[in-house]
Design a protein around this ligand. Structure first.
Ligand code: PLP
Length: 428
């Protein structure tokens, strides 16, 4: 379409880059159709949960103070539980982020003398301090909870024999991380997670299996709670918030586990009864309603980026044709200049802060400067289009999000345009 090409040109995308993108896209029709079908299924799943629970306008009322008898808050938790097929759910703006949700779930269900097991090697960076792998005040270690991990096999798969051996009399809880996060291993499918859970339960039937579900929600038609997870945990400024939730986290699972999480989050005796919603419920409901579609746009963006950069000769993880288990795309660009150009493009395509230039900066917890591109409505939201990475070998950017497929597409075309303009890649 001529008008569309002109519109892209006015945004800064030159014809050759636009046409390159269209050429790549013409090969992705079947994959996009499959994603649309999955989103349609997940949309129906969320709608069904909302209808079944008779969501109505009274659910959106703001509460303050203690938040006793907050019907809208309680019903939102029922909607999450119905969608993820769990007995109970804790979905709260008082859970400040994903790490907080995971810390609550762990510390509520582990007591002094218990052992925590990670069967996928090192957990997400921020959990190292929660667990006490890196010394930290108030870590689980300080409270007498020990920790063991079983590394993945060289091919990135679970070491089933090693896991079986690692489960002992003290092992109380197993934490499984669905998304690779900022590691280079592959992410796990829900089915693979189900196999690990089955093994753990066979060895020790009363073991609690928790899944860090960050970045994974609505990427498949089933969730880890459908394959035996006792708790699934995530952040509302990622997938399930649909871009609208301004804060929050969730823990869904067995009533016995979730109840303890509520007591840990508020106070023993209070639990789920307190916690005012502060007027945030409309965005939490509506964000959850939109989430399946938002996730499908982000997935299309990730696949589009993988196929463009793979064709240009860069290593991309996952590769252009692999199945997806989360919304993260890594691209190894091989140089700091290319990382900066890529991030400049993502930033320039943003609806907010499009005029700023990302510069690498020292960040706590990293041994190299980190560059980040994000022009988000919600600060730090990574379901919105964003890219970042530490400036060191292999010079990889981690790219994720996009509230609409069209925005994700523009961001990727813009990243390519910046690389081409700087003479850092050639279209081929
Ligand atoms: C994002 C994320 C978390 C939690 O991070 P927050 O920034 O605290 O929300 C935990 N695990 C994984 C795999 C993640 O992607």
């Amino acid at each position: 379409m001529k008008e569309l090409e002109q519109m892209y040109e006015s945004l800064g995308i030159k014809r050759e880059v636009y046409e390159y993108g269209e050429m790549i896209l013409s090969g992705l029709k079947d994959r996009f159709a499959a994603i649309d079908q999955m989103a349609e299924y997940n949309q129906a799943k969320v709608l069904h949960a909302m209808q079944e629970n008779r969501v109505d306008a009274t659910c959106f009322a703001a509460t303050t103070g203690y938040g006793y008898d907050d019907l809208g808050r309680d019903k939102l938790e029922k909607v999450y539980a119905a969608t993820f097929h769990t007995e109970a759910a804790l979905v709260r703006p008082q859970i400040t982020c994903g790490t907080h949700a995971l810390a609550v779930a762990l510390s509520a269900n582990l007591l002094p003398g218990d052992e925590l097991l990670s069967p996928n090697g090192a957990p997400y960076d921020t959990l190292e301090e929660v667990i006490g792998i890196r010394e930290s005040k108030c870590s689980l270690k300080e409270y007498g909870v020990s920790y063991k991990q079983v590394d993945l096999l060289p091919d990135g798969s679970f070491d089933f024999a090693g896991i079986e051996k690692a489960i002992g009399p003290k092992t109380k809880l197993v934490t499984i991380q669905r998304s690779k996060g900022y590691a280079t291993r592959p992410s796990f499918s829900v089915a693979q997670i189900g196999e690990v859970i089955a093994l753990c339960k066979r060895v020790k039937p009363d073991i609690i299996c928790m899944v860090d579900n960050c970045y994974g929600e609505f990427v498949e038609t089933i969730e880890p709670s459908d394959v035996g997870a006792d708790m699934i945990v995530g952040s509302l400024i990622k997938n399930p918030g649909g871009g609208l939730a301004p804060i929050g986290g969730y823990i869904c699972g067995k009533a016995s586990c979730v109840e303890r999480c509520a007591y840990r989050l508020s106070a023993p005796g209070l639990g789920q009864e307190v916690g005012a919603n502060l007027g945030l419920l409309p965005s939490l409901y509506q964000g959850f309603f939109l989430a399946p579609n938002v996730v499908s746009g982000a997935l299309k963006g990730a696949i589009f980026a993988a196929n463009i950069y793979e064709r240009l000769g860069f290593k991309v993880i996952p590769n252009g044709s692999e199945e997806r288990h989360d919304i993260i795309q890594a691209v190894e660009l091989g140089s700091a200049e290319r990382m900066l150009a890529f991030c400049k493009g993502i930033q320039a395509a943003a609806p907010v802060d499009s005029y700023v230039t990302p510069v690498p900066w020292a960040m706590p917890g990293y041994d190299a400067d980190v560059v980040m591109a994000a022009g988000a409505f919600v600060q730090g939201s990574s379901i919105e289009l964003s890219a970042d990475g530490p400036i060191r070998e292999p010079y990889a950017v981690y790219f994720q999000g996009g509230l609409t497929w069209y925005h994700a597409k523009l961001g990727i075309l813009m990243s390519l345009q910046k690389l081409v303009d700087a003479g850092l890649t050639e279209l081929k």
